[in-house]
Design a protein around this ligand. Structure first.
Ligand code: ZN
Ligand code: ZN
Length: 367
């Protein structure tokens, strides 16, 4: 069992010297086998109040929800869809709850986070899969009528990552988690472009945690340990910490995430989040290599190496295999900056032409 005291890792804004948020709501993350059974004791230690609202969906009720409900004598809330509408519905039915505990993948965690934020009460995340870095981030990402939107809420106060649970999730979900971290090789460089070219606030503490996350996953993937769930969990936590520090998803989401958002808005076929972002990472990192003089000098971070790591993580790197239409991917490279005009990236700096977009996809062998 490993406990990461996240509180102690986050310096104050003054100590850091930046003007960003440095949110230190998250006290600790506990990673290990069978850590779920420690929950009642930890709730007591943290002095968290009843009634506990326990959020799950149909699948995660069986995996962990039932156990949690019984252990904490909680009130159950079943989440049915990944929308802000559902988050609002759950908020109104959860009135009176004093602590929110959410167990699941992205949707359940985000809806629990939203409800806790609305009532300004503590939130605990208990992921059932390691598919993305929203496990402990302050970001809530859900759908509304015209696509996905992210808002900033508050991070959890505690996260329990039970390795016996997350290692039983389908492999494509942990592949997604690895992909979400490898994508940061691009997002950090996009943020630096924002810093250097449009004067955006930058934070070296956030950068440090993102880099730590990248290094952790590259180190295990290099030696083929794509089932090292402890390390993947730690990497996702550090990426979450960088977002808490920045007070936004800026360190963790650049042009490669915009690529993924574009696919989501314009198509109903969806691969897991981190797999779509990994796909976006290859053409955008090649594009950076060509047009950004500040791109990594470290050869470990060039697109060919990233591709090797992604393959080792079990990410299918082909538009065809993921049933993504070629035209959609081409348009995503050209038009995704329009989704967030204010978030400066390499695609904002220099919009690719149609020919360039096709070439990027061919060169990286996605096409
Ligand atoms: Zn992500
Ligand atoms: Zn800072």
């Amino acid at each position: 069992m490993k406990t990461i005291k996240v509180n102690d890792l986050i310096p104050s804004r003054e100590e850091c010297g930046c003007n960003l948020i440095h949110d230190n709501t998250l006290r600790e993350v506990i990673i290990g086998r069978e850590v779920l059974k420690e929950l009642p004791q930890i709730l007591e230690e943290l002095n968290l109040k009843k009634p506990f609202g326990v959020f799950y969906d149909k699948t995660t009720l069986k995996i962990a929800g039932e156990k949690i409900l019984e252990m904490v004598n909680g009130v159950g809330f079943e989440v049915s869809e990944p929308t802000f509408k559902e988050a609002e519905r759950k908020t109104s039915t959860a009135k009176g709850v004093q602590t929110v505990i959410a167990t699941g993948g992205g949707t359940v965690i985000d809806i629990g986070k939203y409800v806790a934020y609305k009532y300004q009460i503590p939130f605990i995340s208990i992921p059932t899969a390691l598919s993305h870095d929203g496990i402990v981030s302050p970001v809530v990402s859900l759908f509304y009528e015209n696509g996905r939107r992210s808002i900033i809420a508050r991070p959890p106060i505690l996260s329990l990552i039970d390795i016996d649970i997350v290692s039983n999730a389908p492999r494509t979900l942990s592949s997604s988690g690895f992909g979400d971290i490898l994508a940061k090789v691009v997002s950090i460089k996009d943020w630096q472009l924002g810093r250097d070219e449009v004067g955006e606030e930058y934070c070296y503490t956030a950068e440090r945690y993102t880099l730590k996350a990248i290094e952790l996953v590259i180190d295990v993937l290099k030696i083929g340990r794509s089932r090292d769930y402890e390390i993947l969990a730690e990497a996702l936590i550090y990426s979450g910490v960088s977002m808490m520090v920045a007070g936004s998803s800026r360190p963790a989401s650049g042009s490669e995430h915009l690529f993924s958002h574009y696919l989501e808005i314009h198509s109903s076929i969806r691969a897991p989040h981190g797999i779509q972002c990994a796909l976006g990472t290859l053409p955008t990192s090649l594009y950076h290599e060509l047009h950004n003089r500040n791109w990594w000098k470290n050869l470990e971070y060039n697109w060919k190496k990233l591709k090797e790591y992604m393959e080792k993580a079990g990410i299918p790197l082909s538009l065809k295999r993921l049933e993504i239409p070629v035209e959609l991917a081409v348009k995503a490279l050209i038009h995704s900056p329009e989704i967030r005009p204010e978030r400066y990236t390499i695609l904002h700096k220099r919009r690719p032409t149609r020919e360039e977009a096709i070439w990027l996809l061919k060169e990286t062998e996605l096409l």
